[in-house]
Design a protein around this ligand. Structure first.
Ligand SMILES: NC(=O)C1=CN([C@@H]2O[C@H](COP(=O)(O)OP(=O)(O)OC[C@H]3O[C@@H](n4cnc5c(N)ncnc54)[C@H](O)[C@@H]3O)[C@@H](O)[C@H]2O)C=CC1
Ligand SMILES: O=C(O)C1=N[C@H](C(=O)O)C[C@H](O)C1
Length: 250
């Protein structure tokens, strides 16, 4: 069977360089391009790339995806910065290229995907939910894509369950002291030397709390998810948001 031809964008970055090694090590995949900032996207068509793994920056991702989708190249996207406007633009370009698949995964690690699932399931049972994400200090965006997605899932679950607004008597606060408001869920971002990618979801009810915590200790935690995404996206046209859609979760 012929190997799937894969390119990595952001190949010199922290996660991109790990992804290059993972694709090279996979027997069913062939790394045909490893592109960094300033490299020509034409290399993707010249090398016949079938799938691009997009791990660049929020400032670069849209232009890269416009090119990929416009040329019928499937994409597995880990880059953050997704807004409703950006998703709408991507859906518009996918509508013009209906055989092309794009997976956007706020987090490729199984533990983070499960954290989001558990938080979504638990959220209606508690009065209060707050999210704390903790990352390395070179991260350019805050809050993290994972924390944003977690808060959105929690908020949707609470809306669907008819949960009351969260109790909070704060009347005066320094700017930022109560975190960012994501869909009514406070999200706090810590940037600390020594950390990689971590998240806690704190849930509180009468006389009890539940803490769901996940730690990515190495970029290797994201690789099985990226490889799964590459193998599945070629048979999944359109936009898939979240790796959970490619996992057989009970
Ligand atoms: N979904 C997930 O599981 C994960 C997502 N990420 C996300 O991936 C992105 C990259 O993270 P890091 O590797 O830590 O950042 P990084 O800054 O180490 O790497 C980004 C790389 O992309 C390059 N780049 C920028 N524009 C480019 C372009 N137009 N074409 C090709 N290369 C370009 C930069 O020069 C840099 O080498 C971030 O948005 C981060 O949040 C990171 C880890 C896991
Ligand atoms: O920048 C990172 O490092 C990470 N980014 C993603 C995010 O913003 O959620 C995924 C993970 O947290 C690592």
């Amino acid at each position: 069977m012929s190997k799937l031809r894969v390119a990595v964008l952001g190949a010199k970055g922290r996660i991109g360089s790990e992804a290059v090694r993972a694709v090279e090590a996979a027997e069913d995949l062939e790394l045909v391009a490893a592109l960094g900032r300033g490299d020509s996207l034409e290399t993707l068509t010249d090398t016949g790339a079938q799938v691009v793994v997009e791990l660049t920056t929020p400032a670069s991702v849209m232009e890269n995806l416009d090119f990929c989708v416009g040329h019928g190249i499937h994409a597995v996207v880990g880059t953050t910065g997704w807004t409703e406007d950006r998703l709408a633009r991507l859906n518009t370009s996918l509508a013009a290229s209906p055989a092309t698949g794009v997976l956007i995964a706020p987090n490729f690690s199984i533990g983070a995907v499960l954290t989001m699932k558990f938080a979504e399931a638990a959220a209606p049972y508690f009065e209060s939910v707050e999210v704390i994400e903790l990352h390395h200090p070179k991260k350019v965006d805050a809050p993290s894509g994972t924390a944003t997605r977690t808060a959105q899932l929690v908020a949707a679950a609470r809306r669907e369950a008819g949960s009351a607004p969260q109790p909070d008597a704060t009347t005066t606060a320094l700017d930022g002291a109560r975190g960012a408001d994501v869909d009514g869920v406070p999200v706090h971002a810590v940037r600390l030397r020594g950390l990689l990618a971590h998240q806690e979801v704190l849930l509180g009810g009468e006389g009890e709390t539940l803490t769901i915590r996940h730690d990515s200790l190495h970029h290797s935690s994201f690789m099985p998810g990226i490889l799964l995404g590459v193998r599945r996206v070629v048979d999944t046209p359109g936009l898939t948001f979240g790796l959970e859609h490619f996992l057989d979760l009970k």
